[in-house]
Design a protein around this ligand. Sequence first.
Ligand SMILES: [Zn+2]
Length: 226
Amino acid sequence: MDQLEAYKQQIVTACRILVERGYLMATGGNVSLRVAERNGFAITPSNYDYSKMTSDDVCFLDLDLNPLVGQRTPSIESSLHATVYQTRPDVNAVVHTHQVYASALALIDAPIPALFDEQARFLGRAVEIIPYAPSGTGFLKKNIAKRIKNHHNAYILQNHGVLCFGPDMERAIHNVEILEKCSLAYLLALCTERKVTKIPLVVREIAFNKLRQDQKKVERGEEEDR
Ligand SMILES: [Zn+2]
């Protein structure tokens, strides 16, 4: 199997898992992987049913969005993925979904504070909401580039969906799942109208510091500790 084929297979497998678990629906959302040796990334095609996708449908682009390989039109949200790879050297996989519970928090402008240890360890200090801009526009790209510099691994896009990152695809998918679990728990807690407790600040900072150490290893090209 050539190297590009391995990237394609990872994208197809990720889509299958995300569809099976209900995070990708119909043609909404998209998945990409950094291809460092080509200074670009592999991404799902535009407006294409994920359940029918094969490795031949995966597109390759450089970070300026010039097509490298692929017969299909790349996702219209490709510029959003390119922005992440340009801004965050620790990120090698990006998953963008329209998952329901996290999207609901975007509608009521409710960023998620540090509620669980695992959340702070893998997603960051909080899950912030990136202000609305239409898909595929420079405005959205600018909003994202500005917000993701804080090294969190999950963000909610106002009136749109979510963005989750990872040093590899497996972790990015895991982060999608942590985010959805936190979103549902937070929504349920908010419904009670009682005070929502957070983890202690010191615990949050220790967890986030571990995440940053992992990210710095990826930036230096070292293996992540698991
Ligand atoms: Zn979208």
